[in-house]
Design a protein around this ligand. Structure first.
Ligand code: 2M8
Length: 442
């Protein structure tokens, strides 16, 4: 690790800071993204707890009256630079949206309470002076209530996503079969400003974009109200629900500090952990020898077709973040085996290294992402695999440093892809270098 990697990571975050929040990347992603801001705040807390709190405050200011925290809060000055933008969503015409900012109607994975707790821990006195937890807590509770009530579309006690963009892992192989049922011809004539900043071979195709827009249009035209009975894309994703449960554990800690009831949140985390059991896929059995290979992983559940999508993705390993997960040993087995780290990857691939359709350079269909590497290291350390976690941490910092903080890398060669000077890569470098052990709620 070169000595001034910390200085360079700070410089990326300074350059991407726009006065109230941090852009994921100034060219490709010119607005405020929901789960990015949480990952960014987690690293930013080491250089400025106050700015990290501001990052979360800015995001929470975009909350809808039904509790949802939107996927994107748009910067009106950059409206032509990203698609779909505020002119597509027209959020202020939809009941319950905030009237001070334009937002998307979709959401992203709920890592926010977790980030708020970590920001508080960086400087509890400063947090207390600004009533940071007291202000954030009711909003975070409303967000989780939205997920519990409006998004349990399958009735299994898990939150459903309604669009691949809500997973954060947009073109993961998880969604392929369900997306094939969706029209690729939206009414909206869309452009692709993203292709000015990243190679087309590293971004979703136009056909995939057609389907993304068609789904977003359908959701928007139904007032984003989650009551469309014929809506064609609903998924229970293991990572989304894992982050939801970790955030419930964080809410329990927050409740303790502000004099609330931690038990209600601990119970909820337990319920989510229990409900995830329905997604677990036992290790594959070799047909000839009858021997189990790999310890198992979590699938995604296609709520519309009723099918479990049994593909080993990094999303399906990360329930390992949950302290009470009963499958920990088997997840570690899979993760350290040939599908992920045991493939001699420098950082864990986002998709099964043994899969025929793995693409190590294409967005979420194989490349290694820095947020996933950080989540995996945190999860492994919490289950006693600290030396593996430390190895991942060292590679995370090294590959970010030599590649100018890329969005993602080819897992075996370590070559950069997507955009560079990417904020969550920089912030998670800071977190990895500065943290005091890999503790989940520290
Ligand atoms: C990517 O997603 C956006 C849509 O939200 C896109 O491809 O245009 C994903 O990697 C997502 O996880 C991330 O939050 C976003 C901004 O960094 O970019």
């Amino acid at each position: 690790m070169s000595a001034d990697v910390v200085a360079r990571a700070i410089e990326v975050l300074e350059a991407n800071w726009n006065g109230s929040h941090t852009l994921p990347a100034t060219g490709l992603y010119p607005h405020q993204w929901s789960w990015d801001s949480a990952f960014i705040a987690i690293g930013l807390r080491h250089i400025s707890p106050r700015r990290a709190a501001q990052e979360m405050d800015a995001l929470l200011a975009g909350q809808w009256s039904d509790g949802r925290i939107p996927q994107i809060i748009f910067d009106p000055h950059r409206d032509n630079d990203y698609s779909p933008g505020s002119r597509f969503w027209q959020s202020r015409t939809i009941t319950g949206s905030p009237d001070v900012v334009d937002t998307a109607g979709l959401v992203q994975p709920p890592n926010h309470a977790w980030a708020v707790w970590k920001v508080h821990k960086a400087d509890p006195d400063e947090s207390e002076r600004r009533s940071f937890l007291r202000r954030a807590y009711p909003r975070l509770v409303a967000w989780h209530e939205y997920l519990r009530t409006r998004r349990d579309r399958g009735g299994h006690g898990l939150a459903s996503i309604v669009h691949p963009w809500e997973s954060g892992t947009d073109n993961s192989p998880f969604w392929d079969e369900a997306l094939a049922r969706v029209s690729d011809t939206p009414k909206h004539v869309f452009d692709r400003p993203d292709l000015l900043h990243a190679d087309a071979s590293e971004r979703p195709s136009d056909r995939e974009y057609g389907r993304y827009f068609w789904l977003a249009e359908r959701y928007r035209d139904h007032e984003c109200d989650d009551t469309d009975d014929e809506y064609p894309f609903l998924f229970e994703d293991p990572l989304f629900n894992t982050l939801y449960a970790v955030s419930e554990l964080a809410l329990a800690r927050i409740a303790e500090v502000i004099g609330g009831d931690p038990a209600v949140h601990e119970r909820r985390a337990g319920e989510l952990t229990d409900a995830l059991a329905a997604l677990f896929v036992e290790g594959d059995v070799n047909a000839e020898t009858g021997v189990t290979i790999g310890g198992g992983y979590y699938a995604a559940h296609d709520v519309v077709s009723g099918a479990r999508v049994e593909k080993a993705t990094i999303n399906g390993i990360l329930p390992l973040l949950l302290p009470g997960i009963p499958t920990a040993a088997r997840l570690i087995d899979t993760f350290e085996g040939p599908r992920f780290l045991g493939s001699d990857a420098l950082l864990p691939p986002s998709y099964d290294a043994t899969a025929a359709d793995l693409n190590p350079e294409l967005y979420w269909r194989g490349p290694a992402w820095f947020n996933m590497a950080w989540l995996a290291a945190t999860a492994l350390a919490s289950h006693g695999r600290s030396s593996v976690a430390d190895r991942i941490g060292e590679e995370l910092v090294r590959l970010a440093d030599v590649n100018n903080f890329p969005e993602y890398v080819e897992p075996w060669k370590g070559t950069p892809h997507g955009t560079q000077r990417f904020s969550w890569t920089a912030s998670l470098v800071l977190e990895t270098v500065r943290h005091d052990g890999w503790g989940i709620l520290t």
